[in-house]
Write a new protein. Structure first.
Lengths: 661, 374
């Protein structure tokens, strides 16, 4: 085993392989930086080369990209509040808050250092666990995976501390949207309304970009300010380094959670990072917990460390069982297959050198990628001080193109716009969006593993399996604890837990909103419940439960809203005026976005950008014509280059000239 | 920016909403030139390979692996540009291909068994018809059925005597699992199936955990993943789907020691398999296994284009580098093409309505699956 490890190391440092690793790291970093492209983008970019290279070179190229794509996707999440990828959306909680205070460089350096550590720990874990990984993975059956997904869904409660009602409402809504498409355990297609496009389900990237990204763009364009309001870059990477060293335990714990989420097939990277964040938040003691969600370094360290170790852990099911956890891992499998290497138990006995080449490449790429980003973190952080409308023009084009990548259905643009509107309403009303995303991500896995468990085991069989009991304890004990605490605090009012009320961001919406919004949710849940009654028994159970819970939450929120409205005095004129300004600005932003989508339908995205960008940059960003010309040419040129050389798909419109198809 | 934003916004919103509403009525991606061409047309210098599956999957790998070799061997040496259009169990991409692919050779379609089954079962969304389209190059596949030693089943006699239903994990009854379900139906041993697995690999994982006790894998996955289990007495191979030779099912040369489903039936019941169940099984087996992976052109594509692909296959078979490297990707199965093959292939897709009806009835009866359409 050691021989193989060292020969792989020598292999790796052979110049030609190193060059390809660097190329992989470079392209991974660039693709990761573009919001929403992440994994799928890297795959699209590298695919054409993979089948024409030597095996070790192709592996170096892919691994280089896979290892760093989740390092640089942090940048957009932290600095702009737009998810760089679905799994990086978790950084919008603490990372973005920190950047808003003007500490973008600190947030980035924390993220990159944890990323590097996560990647290295992941590679180390991989090396150690290769011999024992097989039995370990096999000891986790359907019941254990079901319990894990349950644990993940229960995080919605942790993440909505302070306003449980709204958090659970959002979580139920996420679970409902996640259930769109083919049911996992029956032949039904749910909530597709006859559309083949919806039968695949909503794409995670498009949903994350819509709910978080577009919602952020409309408000920021409206206010016309920059992201950061603090004073200068101030505390930079030194503080970041100190933060990471001080919270080294969180680095370790995040990496472990990430490894697990990667090793177990079926959970996915997004669930892994959110679970890492949830465990960090749930296990911190009461006093220091209050800073979570407001720019706490631990809220960056844990998920960012997990982010990279997920990818390392994911290599185990990929190599040993042939089960890829995501698009890049699938590409890796395809490349191995093209070189006559099939994954399976024999890969350890026959191709151990390949396995170690992969692990070493991964470790090296993590270091290189994080180092490159670390050096860049200070100049990059200045982005958060640029007037946002200037950035928004390009971002709008990029977001819609990125959301389009996975399904390549143009109808998705409208769905993204709609999700953006929903995201904005949630934001304005203080309905947390984190539980929504967790619900969405875990909806299908939870349902799938529930039915597999129920069909393959009897209840008294699976409930007593050791891992199930452990996970059950993790799930139940903290709940009991907090109930006991609540009971005690009621007798002793001074020790009461002050809820960190999550208020809506921006100006307060008119009171009628707290009645209208829950009513709309109520109608949606009731309608979904009625529709779901038409499905076969195995397809309607989960949507049924979810809609009942959702409707109950919406009803409670409605009652709370009505009572609050009755009790409250009329809003002050200043509040009402602030809202009117905000409302108008947001409507205007939405009109611009809708205009872009309409243009894309007619002209295709390239020509639409050519028309849209000058108009937008002139009217909204008020840039000079020269700047506008350079900006537009660069953006359109970059899109065209990506489409030509990297296989990125561009939406085509009715009137797109044939030459541009 | 404007003095009266309030009055303008509703107008702008209304106009855009109307525009989007109109846009939603159609799908601009279906637009393209009709690509009709005359006989004698040549293959263009760039050919799009439409792959209705995800990047990195089995079918995608097959197509991308083949592309550079085709460039070398197809006359005029076109460059092949793979283009993935996944979704809707491969219906989305295939529909788009027949709608806009044209007959001028600018696009070819890559298919797999899942694509065929949607057409053979007549899913209402399907717009393609493989009994009319022109097959360019086909590549077969095979599978091995094996069971857990804990069931005590080692051979045909044991299976014939077994009373307890075997448990099986599948993806969905209307995908590639169908062949397996039909084989067990022919043997009169319907399995207790659980659907909802993400892939055949995850089903194998469940098998190794002891959650299911009968499974099938493609021969190449069998050889790398299951044979090590057989060596450790953790799996007992029962039979293979075999390969088609001169219209007859014979033993799969990749696993020559394993009996075919037909042989297995003979050992269980002492007679040849026949009847509706077997007819239905075979009419799905041939397209789903023998011609599993394929490269297709649209109906009415001229011979001058189609024959250039056929000619390339002979050259491919002589290419030493191809022979050396293609082992895992082709799974040890031959490439089919040519005029005779075309007739056989197209005929295989003219499915007998009774065979389809039997398959649908069987799915409904045993697995409670019902499908839209007829």
């Amino acid at each position: 085993m050691l021989d193989a490890a060292f020969s792989a190391l020598g292999n790796l440092f052979a110049l030609s392989n190193l060059v390809f690793l660097l190329l992989g790291v470079g392209s991974g970093l660039v693709i990761g930086m573009i919001p929403g492209l992440g994994g799928t983008g890297a795959v699209a970019m590298l695919l054409p080369f993979v089948f024409s290279l030597e095996p070790t070179q192709a592996l170096a190229l892919i691994i280089g990209a896979v290892a760093v794509v989740h390092t640089s996707d942090t940048i957009a999440s932290v600095l702009l509040g737009i998810p760089g990828s679905a799994s990086a959306s978790v950084l919008m909680l603490d990372g973005h808050q920190m950047a808003k205070k003007g500490q973008g460089a600190r947030a980035l350096s924390i993220a990159f250092l944890s990323s590097m550590a996560g990647g290295l720990l992941g590679a180390l874990g991989l090396t150690l666990s290769i011999p024992v990984a097989r039995p370990l993975v096999l000891s986790f059956g359907a019941p254990e995976l079901f319990m894990l997904t349950l644990l993940g869904v229960s995080l919605t409660a942790v993440l909505s501390r302070g306003n449980m009602l709204k958090g659970l409402l959002a979580g139920a809504f996420g679970l409902l949207l996640g259930g769109i498409g083919a049911a996992p355990a029956a032949a039904d297609y749910r909530f597709t309304f006859g559309s083949l496009f919806l039968s695949e389900g909503l794409d995670l990237v498009a949903v994350a970009l819509g709910i978080f990204g577009i919602a952020e763009i409309v408000t920021l364009v409206g206010t016309r300010s920059s992201v950061a309001t603090g004073s200068g870059l101030g505390s930079g990477w030194r503080t970041g380094l100190r933060d990471v060293v001080e919270h080294w335990r969180h680095v370790l714990r995040g990496a472990l959670v990430g490894m697990w989420a990667g090793v177990l097939p079926g959970l996915g990277a997004t669930a892994g990072t959110w679970m890492a964040y949830g465990q960090a938040r749930a296990t911190t003691r009461k006093e220091s917990k209050k800073t979570f969600g407001k720019g706490d370094p631990r809220g960056i360290i844990a998920p960012e460390s997990a982010n990279n170790s997920v990818e390392a852990g994911d290599l185990i099911p990929t190599l040993l069982f042939g089960i890829p956890g995501g698009a890049p891992a699938a590409l890796l499998l395809g490349a191995l297959l093209a070189f006559n290497i099939e994954p399976g138990p024999r890969i350890i006995t026959h191709d151990l050198d390949i396995v170690y080449t992969i692990i070493w490449s991964f470790a090296l790429a993590s270091i290189l990628g994080a180092a490159a980003c670390f050096v860049l973190s200070r100049p990059l952080a200045k982005l958060s001080f640029v007037r946002f409308p200037v950035l928004a023009g390009g971002l709008i084009v990029v977001l819609f193109t990125a959301g389009f990548q996975d399904s390549e259905q143009i109808a998705l643009l409208q769905v993204m716009l709609l999700l953006g509107a929903i995201g904005w309403v949630m934001k304005a009303c203080g309905i947390p969006r984190a539980p929504f995303l967790i619900g969405f991500v875990l909806s299908l896995p939870m349902e799938r593993y529930y039915f597999l468990t129920a069909n393959l085991y009897k209840f008294d069989q699976w409930i007593v399996r050791p891992w199930v009991l452990i996970l059950l304890a993790v799930l139940v004990v903290p709940t009991v604890f907090s109930l006991v605490k609540k009971f005690r605090s009621r007798r002793d009012p001074e020790a009461s837990d002050i809820a960190d009320e999550e208020e809506g961001e921006g100006p307060e919406p008119p009171r009628i909103w707290s009645i209208v919004v829950p009513s709309v949710f109520l109608v949606v849940f009731v309608a979904a419940f009625v529709i779901s009654r038409g499905y076969s028994s195995q397809a309607r159970l989960v949507p049924g439960l979810v809609t009942v819970v959702g409707a109950a939450m919406a009803l409670c929120a409605l009652v709370v809203g009505i009572r609050a409205r009755r009790r409250a005095e009329p809003q002050e004129t200043s509040t009402r005026e602030a809202w009117a300004v905000e409302w108008r600005a947001v409507l205007r932003s939405f009109a611009w976005l809708a205009g872009f989508v309409a243009l894309t339908y007619v002209l295709g995205v390239l020509l639409a950008a050519l028309v849209f960008l000058p108009l937008f940059l002139r009217r909204v960003a008020e840039m000079r014509w020269l700047g506008i010309a350079v900006y537009t040419v660069c953006t359109v040129g970059a899109l065209a280059a990506l489409a030509t050389f990297a296989d990125i798909a561009l939406p085509i419109g009715y009137l797109t000239p044939v030459g541009l198809l | 920016m404007s003095r009266k934003p309030i009055s303008r916004i509703p107008v702008a919103v209304a106009v855009i909403a109307a525009g989007l509403g109109m846009a939603a009525c159609g799908n601009p991606q279906g637009v393209g030139d009709d690509g009709k061409s005359d006989a004698g047309a040549k293959i263009p210098s760039r050919v799009d390979m439409v792959i209705p599956y995800d990047e990195g999957g089995g079918t995608d790998t097959w197509a991308r692996f083949l592309a550079p070799y085709l460039k070398d061997h197809v006359e005029s040496g076109p460059t092949f540009l793979p283009e993935n259009k996944p979704g809707g169990e491969s219906i989305t991409g295939s529909n788009e291909f027949v709608r806009s692919g044209g007959t001028d050779g600018k696009e070819v379609l890559v298919t797999s068994g899942t694509t065929y089954y949607q057409a053979l079962l007549k899913r209402p969304e399907v717009e393609f018809d493989f009994s009319k389209m022109r097959p360019l190059i086909m590549n077969g596949s095979g599978g091995v059925i094996y069971t857990s030693p804990k069931t005590g089943i080692k051979n045909a006699d044991d299976l014939a005597k077994s009373k307890k239903k075997l448990t099986y994990g599948g993806i969905s009854a209307t995908g590639l699992d169908l062949t397996m379900l039909q084989a067990m139906d022919v043997l009169k041993k319907p399995v207790d199936a659980t659907f909802g697995f993400e892939g055949r690999e995850t089903a194998l994982l469940a098998y190794q955990r002891g959650e299911v006790n009968i499974d099938y894998q493609t021969t190449s996955a069998y050889k790398t993943q299951v044979e090590p289990l057989v060596e450790k007495d953790k799996a007992v191979p029962l039979m293979s789907f075999g390969v088609l030779k001169d219209g007859k099912v014979v033993r799969d040369p990749n696993v020559p020691d394993l009996p075919t489903v037909e042989e297995f039936y003979r050992k269980m019941y002492g007679k040849e398999p026949s009847g509706r169940a077997y007819d239905s099984y075979k009419s799905f087996l041939v397209p789903g296994c023998t011609y599993q992976k394929g490269l297709w052109a649209n109906e009415d594509t001229p011979d001058s284009i189609v024959k250039a692909y056929w000619a390339s296959v002979d050259k491919l078979k002589k290419d030493k580098k191809f022979a050396k490297k293609s082992g895992e990707v082709l799974g040890g199965y031959p490439l089919y093409s040519g005029e005779n093959a075309e007739k056989q292939i197209q005929k295989a897709f003219e499915i007998d309505p009774d065979a389809r009806k039997y398959a649908l009835d069987m799915l409904k009866r045993e697995y409670g699956e019902s499908l839209g359409g007829t």
